[in-house]
Design a protein around this ligand. Sequence first.
Ligand SMILES: NC(=O)c1ccc[n+]([C@@H]2O[C@H](COP(=O)([O-])OP(=O)(O)OC[C@H]3O[C@@H](n4cnc5c(N)ncnc54)[C@H](OP(=O)(O)O)[C@@H]3O)[C@@H](O)[C@H]2O)c1
Length: 327
Amino acid sequence: MKTRAMVLRAHGGPDVLREEDVDVGDPGAGQALIRQTAIGLNFVDVYYRSGQFGAHDSVPLPAILGVQGAGVVEALGSEPHGLAVGDRVAYVGQPGAYAERRLVPANRLLRLPANVSDELAAASLLRGLTCEYLLRRLYKVQPGDQIVIHAAAGGLGLIACQWAKALGATVIGTVGSDEKAALAAAHGCDHPIVYTREDFVARVMEITGGRGVPVVYDSVGRDTFLRSLDCLRPMGLAVNFGTASGQVEPFPLQLLHRKSLFVTRPTLTSWIAAREDYEKAAAAFFAAIDSGAIKVQVGARYRLQDVGRAHADLESRQMSGLPVLVP
Ligand SMILES: NC(=O)c1ccc[n+]([C@@H]2O[C@H](COP(=O)([O-])OP(=O)(O)OC[C@H]3O[C@@H](n4cnc5c(N)ncnc54)[C@H](OP(=O)(O)O)[C@@H]3O)[C@@H](O)[C@H]2O)c1
C-alpha cells in the first residue's frame, strides 16, 4: 500500500521536507498498521532535519521524521499485544510519523481514554511523559519547592509549569517575550522571567532570598546551562534535557565542587523503555488531564504538507503551546 509522507532526502532548512508517495508494507509479527489522524511536532524533529544531532543518533537518509502520533489501528500482524482493529491509539518515540499511514510496534502503542482526543494525544503525549519523569521520578518535586523551568511558555514548558504547580511547587520560569510571560503565568508559572532582557540568575536569587533552588530544568542548553548552575542551592540538581539554543559546551567538573552540585542529561527513551513504565507514565499524565490539574490545548494546527512552515515557526521561537500536524 502507498501512503503520502513528508520525506527528508538531505539535511537543511525547513523547506527540505518534501511530499512523496511511499510504500507502507503489511504489518509483520508484533506490528500494527495505523491510519494517523494527528501527528506530533517536537523540537527534536528540528535537530534531525537540520543534522544537528548532538546527543541523538543520526538517521540514514532518505528518512521520514516525526516521533509521535495518534490514529486508528487498521491492521495487525501476529502477536497483536492485546490490540484490536479499530482501537484508537497513540505512541511516542517511533521515528517515521510524518505520514498518513505507518507501521508501529504494537507494544509501543497506548490505547487512548475517552477524555483524550487524538489531536491532544498527538500534540502532548511526548511532552507529557517527559514532564512525568522529570517532575515525578528523576527529581521528585515536593510541596514548597521553588524550582526553575526554562522555556516555560513552550509546548513542554506549559505542561511542566502546570504539573509542578499541582505538585505544590513555586515555579520560576524563563521566557523569551512579555507575551510568553503572560502565557506562562496563566499556566501556573508564579515568577516568569523574560531572560532575553533580564538577568535570570539575579532574579532567581532575588525570588529565593539568596538560597537558590533545588532543581533547574534546562532545555535551552548552550545559552543558559552554566548560568543554570548558579541558580542552584548546595547539592542542587541541574537537568539539561534539551538543546534548543545548541549543545552545552564542555565545562570543568570542578565547577560543581563549590556547592556539591549534581548534573544529568536524561532522555525520555530510558524512562519509558519498560512497557510498565510507559503505561504508568501515560496513566499519570492522562489522570492529571482528567483531574483538571493540567489543561492541554492544541495551540497551532498545520496540514502535514505544511510541516516545513511548522518547523520554521518552532525554530524562530514564534510558537507557544502545542502544535499538531493534520494529515
Ligand atoms: N530529553 C528529553 O527527554 C526530552 C523530551 C522531550 C523534549 N525535550 C526537549 O524539551 C524542549 C522543549 O520541547 P518542545 O518541543 O516543547 O519545544 P518548545 O519549548 O515549544 O520550543 C523550544 C523553546 O526553546 C526556547 N529557546 C531558547 N533559545 C532558543 C533558540 N536559540 N532557538 C530556538 N528556541 C530557543 C524558545 O522559547 P523562548 O522564546 O521562551 O526562549 C522556544 O520556544 C526541547 O529542547 C526538546 O529538545 C527533551
